[in-house]
Ligand binder design. Structure first.
Ligand code: HEM
Ligand SMILES: *[C@@H]1O[C@H](CO)[C@@H](O)[C@H](O)[C@H]1NC(C)=O
Ligand SMILES: *[C@@H]1O[C@H](CO)[C@@H](O)[C@H](O)[C@H]1NC(C)=O
Ligand SMILES: *[C@@H]1O[C@H](CO)[C@@H](O)[C@H](O)[C@H]1NC(C)=O
Ligand SMILES: *[C@@H]1O[C@H](CO)[C@@H](O)[C@H](O)[C@H]1NC(C)=O
Ligand SMILES: *[C@@H]1O[C@H](CO)[C@@H](O)[C@H](O)[C@H]1NC(C)=O
Length: 502
């Protein structure tokens, strides 16, 4: 009797177990099923994990290279239950981002940022879903940046002044070899801080050093397998203490920004707009309608933090690439020097008006951006509606990775894709030309919002530095590496240089 009871209850449990297993497998199957014909090909998707085991998340480009060879320019992946399509090559990326701009204008929802205050209601600009609030905030950000000419000091003057500070800091290094990273980061970060918060930090300021370290570590926190997994299986973020532990620096960083905004508000005078934050506060004060359009407190922190995140590391890394290429190619450096001497001379600071007269320098800066390839995988997009691309069907809600490396180094477009060759941007008469495949800022509706500012910074900083110094590899040091390391951005490996006054 007891035996029978025992058997039947065991039976019940096992039946339940079998039922649950079948049910989960079925759900998994349904979730991963792609019952569309003409969906882009890709590696086989395994139960629950999809194609994630096939990707090396610390060096994703290596895995992606293999897939591209096997499946072509448009291929699909599956991160657990999230469909991902990767686009390669100038033609494909341009068709998606420009010709089908709206179809590809959305962003995937990224739960790993929730603990920073991002959510369905407050999204800032970068990761905001495509819609009215994003449009308003983007428009506002663009016009505000553009209108800074109206303030007491124009954007250009602010940039120029900071470039002067950077030169002094470099001068005081004297003969010593040094790594330019911290000084350059300092200067670039100051420009954005000044524009958004009216702040500027002295080089060597302790708070500032801390901010820069947080910045760098924040980027590292996003690389690797775990963040990818958390984005597609957000329930894991509910594990108590987990987000705080793995995203510690990001959290500290956002607290820092909140403090800046708070201190700033205390000194606000509606009659006088000092900076971006003031302009936002003014908009907020307009009342209900503005608030509905996204102008409210939580968004202020996120939008300004977005500008800082997007505008600092990218621009300073580009400038570090520029100095590195000058070390590696002294003959190119000396051509730049000659052009500066001819057009600007040694005394007056460079201005944006000089740019049209300096095709070679301009070409060098563009080539730095092309070779440096700072944002190799762009920022993820998401399809806003069902769409088609080169005969493939891509459903609404698919995460899209635009491979900008494959555009900037597209063999069908560039003469010497893998080399540093400023002539890519010059015609036979030595005039500046800009090939259409130059897309370091991406393209379409979501293209970089800071493109104008970044270009101004690169031109002013680069020419100011080159006017004052010759950069050389310190005696007895090996030739710096030309390849990059990847942590969301492509950065040069640490290197040392010596700045010889001209
Ligand atoms: C050399 C410097 C820079 C590079 C290479 C760069 C590159 C990019 C790229 C590739 C994107 C993604 C576009 C896409 O999703 O298709 C982007 C977006 C963005 N960038 Fe930049 N950027 C630079 C500087 C800046 C600066 C200085 C700012 C700020 C003032 C800025 C603000 C933004 C913002 C707000 C977005 C998000 C736009 C949106 O989603 O609507 N960037 N940038
Ligand atoms: C992008 O394209 C380059 C060049 O084809 C390739 O090496 C890299 O692996 C690709 N990256 C991605 C994310 O597809
Ligand atoms: C994209 O649009 C441009 C201009 O409208 C057109 O010339 C080009 O053929 C289009 N490309 C594709 C692939 O549809
Ligand atoms: C911001 O930049 C402007 C122009 O360079 C400068 O006059 C102002 O002092 C800076 N603001 C702060 C707080 O440093
Ligand atoms: C913040 O802006 C986003 C768009 O970026 C918008 O969807 C959201 O409603 C805004 N949040 C608040 C609290 O106003
Ligand atoms: C922000 O906007 C939301 C909804 O749009 C509103 O409920 C909230 O009170 C606003 N917060 C502030 C601080 O204005």
């Amino acid at each position: 009797m007891t035996l029978l009871l025992w058997l039947s209850s065991w039976n019940n449990i096992s039946v339940l177990g079998i039922f649950l297993t079948v049910f989960t497998i079925l759900v998994d199957f349904m979730k991963r099923r792609k019952n569309w014909s003409r969906y882009p090909p890709g590696p086989v998707s395994l139960p629950f994990v999809g194609t994630m085991p096939f990707v090396n998340y610390n060096n994703p480009h290596l895995s992606f290279e293999k897939f591209r060879k096997k499946f072509g320019n448009i291929f699909s992946l599956q991160n657990c239950w999230t469909n991902v399509v990767v686009l390669n090559g100038y033609k494909t990326v341009k068709e998606a981002l420009v010709n089908k701009s709206e179809d590809f204008a959305d962003r995937p929802y990224l739960p790993i940022y929730e603990h920073l205050g991002y959510g369905h209601k407050s999204e800032g600009v970068i990761i905001a879903r495509y819609g009215r609030a994003w449009k308003e905030l983007r428009k506002f950000s663009l016009t505000t940046l553009r209108n800074f000419g109206m303030g007491k000091k124009s954007l250009e003057e602010r940039v120029s002044e900071e470039a002067g500070f950077l030169c002094s800091a470099i001068s005081s290094e004297g003969d010593r070899p040094f790594n330019p990273r911290i000084l350059v980061n300092n200067a670039i970060c100051n420009v954005i801080c000044n524009i958004t918060y009216g702040e500027r930090f002295d080089y060597g300021d302790e708070t500032f050093k801390k901010l820069l370290t947080l910045f760098e570590n924040s980027l590292h926190e996003e690389v690797g397998f775990l963040p990818q997994l958390l984005n597609v299986v957000p329930i894991l973020l509910r594990i108590p203490g987990l987000p705080q532990k793995i995203f510690r620096c990001q959290k500290e960083y956002i607290n820092f920004v909140e403090k800046l905004v708070y201190m700033h508000k205390k000194t606000w005078n509606p009659a006088y707009t000092r900076d971006f934050t003031d302009a936002f506060l003014k908009e907020m004060a307009k009342g209900k309608e503005a608030e509905e359009n996204g102008f409210n407190k939580s968004n202020l922190t996120l939008v300004t933090s977005d500008l800082l995140v997007a505008g600092s590391e990218t621009t300073s890394t580009t400038l570090r690439w520029a100095l590195l290429f000058m070390l590696l190619y002294p003959e190119i450096q000396s051509k730049v020097h000659k052009e500066i001497d001819k057009v600007i001379g040694r005394n007056r600071p460079p201005t944006m008006a000089d740019q049209v007269n300096m095709p070679y320098t301009n070409a060098v800066i563009h080539e730095v951006q092309r070779c440096g390839d700072i944002v190799p995988m762009g920022v993820p997009h998401m399809t806003y509606r069902d769409t088609e691309l080169q005969g493939f069907f891509i459903p609404k809600g698919t995460t899209i990775i635009t491979n900008l490396t494959s555009v900037l180094k597209d063999e069908t477009v560039w003469k010497k894709p893998k080399e540093f060759y400023p002539e890519h941007f010059l015609n036979e008469n030595g005039q500046f030309v800009r090939p259409e495949a130059f897309l370091p800022f991406s393209a379409g509706r979501r293209a970089c919002l800071g493109e104008q500012l970044a270009k101004m910074e690169l031109f002013i900083f680069f020419t100011t530095l080159m006017q004052k110094f010759t950069f050389v590899i310190p005696e007895g040091q090996p030739r710096p590496r030309e390849d990059s390391y990847f942590a969301f951005t492509n950065s040069p490996h640490p290197y040392q240089l010596r700045a010889v006054p001209r």
